[in-house]
Design a protein around this ligand. Structure first.
Ligand code: AMP
Length: 282
């Protein structure tokens, strides 16, 4: 029988656990999540456990990163299931604060990261990175881990968090981990649970079209033409609409004309009411 995962729900309790570990010389890794965990999240926990003595996973569906018309209410929630998976992955502590712990009455601060958060997701979800940067800053200052783990699945988010941590001198190392995929290439995501069987089949095309686009630009296709063609292929494959397919500087996410510096291809597209994102190194 596996033992159950200890859980704390407020900052003083979290800090007591962390202080006890620090007192015995342990290093601490933090894995922020919104729950509804899958192998992608668990890979972050396992990596954290390889590199740190103790691992804290946070579970908080952050209302500030959803716009009013988005899926905050229907976002999947399963703390008991998540907790069981985390024990098996080697997590030591679950931090699951209530909304009032994170955003008490009168909360008035918003962390805004300019430049890297402006294009792509920033354009289509203008509220999103303010919400992410604010909650990640709070989680890191609450736990003060040595290292914090993020997935490349949310590539722009990873770059925003790196920038913010450098800019604010937050004494935490940010580590990015590779995207975990289903056998057919679809990036694992809590939102994949929204897809009907037909949509699920179409969803797998996103990663294949990204692959084909990378091949095309390596074979000399002009970048803008390759981006446009990829968007057309997504619609032809059955996607409802395409927010963007963009080949960008891998660090700043600024537009590029060639592949002289490290570049990344990033895409966001809709299947009915479900929005999927994916990205890869070019
Ligand atoms: P979320 O719960 O969606 O906010 O994700 C929490 C963390 O897990 C973020 O750092 C994500 O980038 C990461 N993550 C989500 N899906 C995957 C995946 N398929 N592979 C790797 N990391 C992921």
């Amino acid at each position: 029988m596996t033992s159950s995962l200890p859980v704390v729900r407020d900052v003083p309790s979290l800090r007591r656990e962390v202080a006890a570990w620090r007192g015995s010389g342990r290093t601490i890794g933090l894995v922020p999540t919104m729950g509804a965990l899958h192998e992608g999240h668990l890979s972050l926990v396992r990596t954290a456990k390889e590199r740190c003595d103790r691992v804290i996973t946070t579970l908080f569906v952050n209302p500030r990163q959803f716009a009013p018309h988005e899926d905050f209410e229907r976002y999947p929630r399963d703390e008991a299931g998540d907790s069981a998976m985390l024990v098996a992955a080697g997590c030591d502590l679950l931090y699951a604060p209530e909304r009032a712990v994170m955003y008490p009455e009168g909360f008035a601060t918003n962390v805004i990261v300019s430049d890297v958060s402006t294009p792509l997701e920033g354009e289509f979800r203008p509220h999103f990175f303010g919400g992410v940067a604010t909650v990640v800053t709070k989680l890191m200052l609450q736990a003060l881990p040595d290292r914090t783990y993020f997935g490349e699945k949310d590539y722009q988010q990873l770059q925003v968090v790196r920038r913010m941590t450098r800019d604010l001198d937050i004494p935490v190392t940010i580590e990015g981990c590779p995207t975990v995929r289903e056998a057919d290439g679809l990036a694992m995501s809590s939102r994949n649970a929204y897809l009907s069987p037909d949509q699920r089949r179409v969803a797998a095309r996103l990663n294949h079209i990204i692959h084909d686009t990378i091949k095309a630009v390596h074979a000399g296709a002009p970048i803008e033409a390759a981006e446009q063609e990829a968007a057309q292929h997504l619609i032809a494959a059955g996607f409802t609409s395409v927010d963007y397919v963009a080949i960008r500087d891998a660090e700043t996410l600024a537009p590029v004309n060639d592949l002289a510096r490290p570049t990344r291809i990033l895409a966001a597209a809709w299947l009915g009411k479900t929005r999927l994102i994916d990205n890869m190194a070019v």
